[in-house]
Design a protein around this ligand. Structure first.
Ligand code: AMP
Ligand code: MN
Ligand code: MN
Ligand code: MN
Length: 287
């Protein structure tokens, strides 16, 4: 893969996006089509706690003449905050990884039941069945599916409002997801021959010592890469984390974090990596 990337005349990467196999609105084939339309030629699928979509995406990318690496975005916990660790160029058949993801998916079911109970208490009858109607992969239920249901029933005026009022971190119907630590996720990805990436580090609201503690746990477990330019960052975040990568010697990744039209940014439009940073694809496997 490394050599194929090096042979490209012009590279337009997007190494972070979601499909119907987790909480995205599009199939792997549709994502490939959108990527191609936008001129992207290197892409990864990074569904939450799920690798199933990679097989279809790999075939679709090959048919479209795009370079593809299999990926995942692992839900983890650090200091009571939900932190995401992306794995790129992973072996999607690695048993330890699949076992850990299966556990988290089971925990998602338990959390959905607990969140539905809270929503019922708030007067939203049929919350679990309602959310399940929006699930697109029977083995993965997400807060997004609750948000879509709350929006469809008119309980909230917008998708975002579902998070702001009810299911966002710390809100009345929020229940945390039982998941591995940041360090455990890094080790799982390394064990699956992949490259761990600390996803959208600007989104957690961490500053100073707390941010450094997160970076240190990631680094101490073997993590070398942080996302610098991403649709989940503001412009200011992109600049701030490019500086952190420079100062602390992190390799840089880039991706839209695309889920659906109208939010974040289109596929491939997350902003170029500064040319003085080492890009993540230099760490991909040779073939
Ligand atoms: P979960 O993985 O079930 O905890 O759900 C988290 C997902 O919900 C994220 O990956 C986003 O796709 C989405 N999400 C979280 N917070 C917000 C928000 N404030 N507005 C819109 N979508 C959000
Ligand atoms: Mn998501
Ligand atoms: Mn994320
Ligand atoms: Mn994501």
């Amino acid at each position: 893969m490394k050599e194929k990337i090096a042979a490209l005349e012009q590279l337009k990467p997007d190494l972070h996006m979601h499909s119907i196999f987790s909480d995205g609105n599009y199939t792997p084939e549709e994502l490939v089509q959108k990527a191609k339309n936008n001129g992207v030629n290197l892409l990864a699928l990074t569904d939450h706690d799920e690798v199933e979509g990679n097989k279809r995406m790999s075939i679709a990318a090959e048919n479209a003449g795009l370079l593809f690496v299999p990926g995942v975005e692992i839900s983890t916990k650090f200091a009571n905050k939900e932190i995401h660790v992306v794995g790129l160029d992973i072996d999607i058949n690695n048993e330890a990884l699949l076992k850990a993801l299966a556990e988290t998916k089971q925990n998602r079911v338990k959390r959905a039941e607990a969140m539905a109970e809270k929503l019922e208490e708030l007067g939203f009858a049929g919350a679990l069945k309602g959310a399940q109607e929006f699930v697109t992969n029977p083995s993965l239920i997400s807060r997004v599916h609750f948000a879509k249901w709350l929006q469809a029933t008119g309980a909230v005026g917008s998708f975002e409002q579902a998070f702001d009022k009810y299911i966002g971190s710390g809100r009345v119907a929020f229940v945390p997801l039982d998941s591995p630590t940041v360090g455990d996720a890094v080790k799982l990805i390394l064990g699956a021959s992949g490259v761990p990436v600390l996803a959208h580090p600007g989104r957690y609201g961490f500053k100073d010592w707390k941010l450094q503690a997160l970076l240190d746990e990631f680094k101490n477990a073997g993590g070398k890469v942080i996302e610098v330019t991403t649709g989940s960052h503001s412009e200011k975040n992109n600049i701030e984390f490019a500086d952190i990568a420079r100062q602390q010697g992190f390799v840089a990744s880039t991706g839209s974090d695309f889920h659906r039209e109208g939010t974040r940014c289109p596929i491939g439009e997350q902003g170029q990596l500064p040319s003085d940073l080492t890009p993540v694809w230099t760490l991909f496997r040779d073939n």
